[in-house]
Design a protein around this ligand. Structure first.
Ligand code: ATP
Length: 354
């Protein structure tokens, strides 16, 4: 597939402060891409530059091979939904959705019909006559989504659209947005700092940090093969263990406290190289005694955090703090303050070089 949205070497400075530092990204047609990153990492600034509300200090934005950098926001044919819905309070739902069509010269009868159809698609059939204050937060957000989609935009931008909703409604809307996006095939960029939202909704996640892209990859690649230690810690729970490669041929590394390690995954490595080993907590087994065929380490349990169906066991192995995910039923074998064994296979160990 050819790139549809292309960001090339985008920079943005505010005085001496660099908010975006050489951001380049290709997005395919129909792709659902999520910008994920901590507060201030540059997600919204990038989105605003695509939308045309901010001007980049350098670089280019293209859609379908055409530069849009010189176009005003309303000429870009982009649908946008923000966290604060920004609906017109004095207009009904259907009038709100009709508004972008009105701006584009679509007749009232035809426009209202299309607005009603779009309201049905977002699950608001029969709600068109209501004013925003007569709708719940989730319903208002659906109206905002319908308004952003009704004119068949080339691109849909969603900036933390679910941030104001409670957890249940948020999860329901995540599924709904994904369904609507798929059914229309609209290329979408979604901004969030919620990692589980990013994992569950995206074709690809772009992780931002300090105005740069740390990694852009499919959710499971980001999770299992993070390019940097930052990405590993930002997504999911992680154990990061400093180590030195002792033999790249036999895939062994060494940590002063935990001893020799066998690993399976990682980039090209060389003997003597200092690296970080990633082991996800759910890939560690907790037992009373060592298990044959695995790397075993003694751990003193400090804290057990129960989540019902699973628990996170946090303990100390030598100088290292380790996190182990256990299923609810298994947690009964161990108590806080006790010693246990933790173990893993080489496949659980991923080597990070940055
Ligand atoms: P959040 O998750 O909090 O929305 P973000 O990743 O979207 O964060 P941005 O809003 O893109 O971050 O901001 C990137 C950086 O640029 C931040 O450090 C912010 O303070 C800075 N910034 C944004 N707008 C301006 C401005 N108008 N003037 C000066 N600095 C700005």
């Amino acid at each position: 597939m050819t790139s549809y949205l292309q960001l090339s070497n985008i920079t943005k400075s505010y005085g001496h402060f660099t908010a975006l530092d050489n951001v380049s990204l290709s997005v395919d047609k129909g792709e659902f891409v999520t910008f994920l990153g901590p507060s201030g990492s540059g997600k919204t600034t990038t989105l605003m530059i695509i939308a045309g509300f901010e001007k980049a200090s350098g670089g280019a934005v293209e859609i379908g091979g055409q530069s849009i950098s010189q176009l005003a926001p309303h000429q870009r044919n982009i649908g946008i939904v923000f966290q604060n819905y920004a609906l017109f309070p004095h207009k009904t739902a259907v009038e709100n959705v009709y508004f972008p069509l009105q701006m584009r010269g679509v007749s009232r009868s035809q426009g209202l019909k299309r607005a009603e159809d779009m309201l049905s698609l977002v699950g608001l059939k029969g709600f068109g006559h209501r004013h925003p204050k007569e709708l719940s937060g989730g319903q208002q957000q659906r109206v905002a989504l319908a308004r952003a989609l009704v004119f068949e935009p080339s691109l849909l931008l969603l900036d933390e659209p679910l941030g104001a909703l409670d957890k249940n409604l948020r999860e329901q809307m995540q599924i709904e947005i994904k369904r609507i996006q798929r059914s229309l095939g609209v290329t979408t960029i979604f901004v969030t700092h919620d990692q589980s939202e990013a994992m569950s909704m995206s074709d690809r996640i772009v992780v931002f940090e300090k105005g740069r892209i740390e990694q852009a990859a499919a959710p499971l690649d980001i999770y299992h093969r993070p390019r940097t230690a930052f990405v590993a810690t930002f997504i999911g729970e992680s154990n990061l263990i400093p180590a030195t490669i002792t033999n790249a041929m036999t895939k062994t590394a060494d940590n002063p406290t935990l001893g020799p390690f066998d690993y399976a995954g990682g980039e090209a490595l060389s003997d003597g190289q200092n690296v970080t080993l990633l082991i996800r907590p759910e890939h560690i087994k907790l037992s009373r005694n060592p298990i044959e065929g695995r790397k075993n380490v003694r751990m003193k349990v400090e804290t057990i955090v129960n989540y019902g169906d699973n628990a996170l066991v946090i303990g100390r192995a030598g100088e290292l703090s380790m996190r182990v995910r256990v299923l609810g039923a298994d947690v009964v074998i161990i108590k806080e303050g006790e010693e246990c064994c933790i173990s893993w296979t080489p496949e659980a160990v991923f080597v990070i070089t940055k």
